[in-house]
Design a protein around this ligand. Structure first.
Ligand SMILES: O=C(CO)COP(=O)(O)O
Length: 254
């Protein structure tokens, strides 16, 4: 047993109407999920739905924002600061998602700045990393992931409130899930990098989620890999099957 508690996130991305949000919350509230002893659940709706979820979602599920600004608030039209999230009792933020890196041109340095600032404000952070198909085919997976994590390691001293989500870009929203072996290999490589560049205890203690086309069907095998400590789920987190994913590893210990 690794001793690392399973952590599963639902990243709703830019999806949902108020009616759909209410229906998903009702479903989650009624679901039997054995938290907080066995699993930590983090739901990341679009910003505008955070207050609704804060008021209606069961209290043993945590909330995450999908992004935040690099520093204190101010004249940054369209941005949301870390302080605003803590003010709403949102305890987590997802940073460095590949959609933001690609579609919003967020660099490794910008992501690292966001991570450091969010941590300094008491937020917990899910830091996303992952390679494109082209990078995987050129055997660059470990180097890309190491580069993304190094940018953060250069700015952050304390890793206790950080979770890493390994999300190969080619597996996101494509139905092309990484094989359990592919995911395990990269997760193990991340731990090796951390042990060589940060510390052995951070390498052993940090939780690493897998994300990319996770479903009720593939989550059990993925979750039985020794270095996979949970999932970051996109599409399936909007569907009833999310509850099956939350319950995937109840009887699996490693
Ligand atoms: O990007 C993801 C989670 O952050 C994964 O999305 P999908 O589960 O839809 O592939």
């Amino acid at each position: 047993m690794s001793g690392r508690k399973l952590i599963v996130g639902g990243n709703w991305k830019c999806n949902g109407t108020l009616d759909q949000v209410k229906a998903i919350v009702d479903h989650l509230n009624e679901a039997h999920v054995p938290c907080p002893n066995h699993i930590e659940v983090v739901i990341a709706p679009p910003f505008c739905f955070l207050p609704v979820l804060r008021n209606t979602l069961r209290s043993d599920f945590h909330l995450a924002a999908q992004n935040c600004w690099t520093g204190k608030g101010g004249a940054f039209t369209g941005e949301i600061s870390a302080e605003m999230l803590t003010n709403l009792n949102v305890s987590w933020v997802i940073l460095g998602h590949s959609e933001r890196r690609t579609l919003c041109s967020e660099s490794d340095e910008m992501v690292a700045e966001k991570v450091a600032y969010a941590l300094s404000q008491g937020l917990k952070v899910i830091l996303c990393c992952g390679e494109t198909l082209e990078q995987r085919e050129k055997n660059e997976t470990n180097a890309v992931v190491a580069r993304q994590i190094k940018a953060v390691a250069d700015k952050v001293q304390s890793w206790g409130n950080l979770v890493i989500a390994y999300e190969p870009v080619w597996a996101i929203g494509t139905g092309k899930v990484a094989t359990p072996q592919q995911a395990q290999e990269t997760h193990a490589a991340i731990r090796t990098w951390l042990s060589q560049n940060v510390s052995e205890s951070v390498a052993q203690q940090i939780r690493i989620q897998y994300g990319g086309s996770v479903s009720a069907t593939n989550c059990k095998e993925l979750g039985s890999q020794p270095d996979i400590d949970g999932f970051l789920v996109g599409g399936a987190s909007l569907k009833p099957e999310f509850v099956d994913i939350l319950n995937a590893r109840i009887n699996i210990h490693h």
